[in-house]
Design a protein around this ligand. Sequence first.
Ligand code: B16
Ligand code: MG
Length: 215
Amino acid sequence: MVNIKACLFDLDGVIVDTAKYHYLAWKRLADELGFQFTEEDNERLKGVSRMASLDILLSIGGIAASDEEKEEMAAKKNQWYVDYITKLKEDEILPGVKEFLTTLRNNDIKIALGSASKNSMIILENLKLVPYFDAIVDGNKVSKAKPDPEVFLLGAKELGVSPSACVVFEDAEAGIEAAKRAGMRAIGIGEPSILKEADKVVPGFQEASLKVLEF
Ligand code: B16
Ligand code: MG
């Protein structure tokens, strides 16, 4: 049996569903630019960095923009998104997450965040989850987006735990790939048919216990 010493958590889709707020903010930008952006389109942006998300959005609308225009658009979208997440409340933490984090802490398993978001601190602060984390690695600290393993490798380094003793919880395919490339175990949150590369897939944390860390 592998001796797991640390768990690394993705944020959006694992700890909290911020995808709905990303969607509302991207949709507002698409509306301004004069094209439709659906919830199905939004699926393609999950786990993807802000600028890469904008590129996907613009390709859906068939719109070309200069780098300067893109910076302006991304800043505008981010402001709308931040307006939403500053209102986040603790009851938006996904079911079972807080209990599972508590179980990990009680069993001396280290906890890190590994998210693409540059807004992770605002989110964790509003959800009052900051004290649970021994390390917070997000889009402000890394230069390469998932599926590059950088975010999780840095997380393991900050925790002082070897990647082979780490488990990553992820809801996006790119995140599962990043975890595997980092040499870690990957637990998918969601659909087994989508998260095929994960070592195992669970629907969420409702009934999660330390047993989930047995491989
Ligand atoms: P921001 P995760 C990701 O979060 C989101 O899934 C993705 O939709 C978003 O574009 C990305 O963060 C960047 O977020 O604009 O706040 O920097 O799943 O990696 O926690
Ligand atoms: Mg995610």
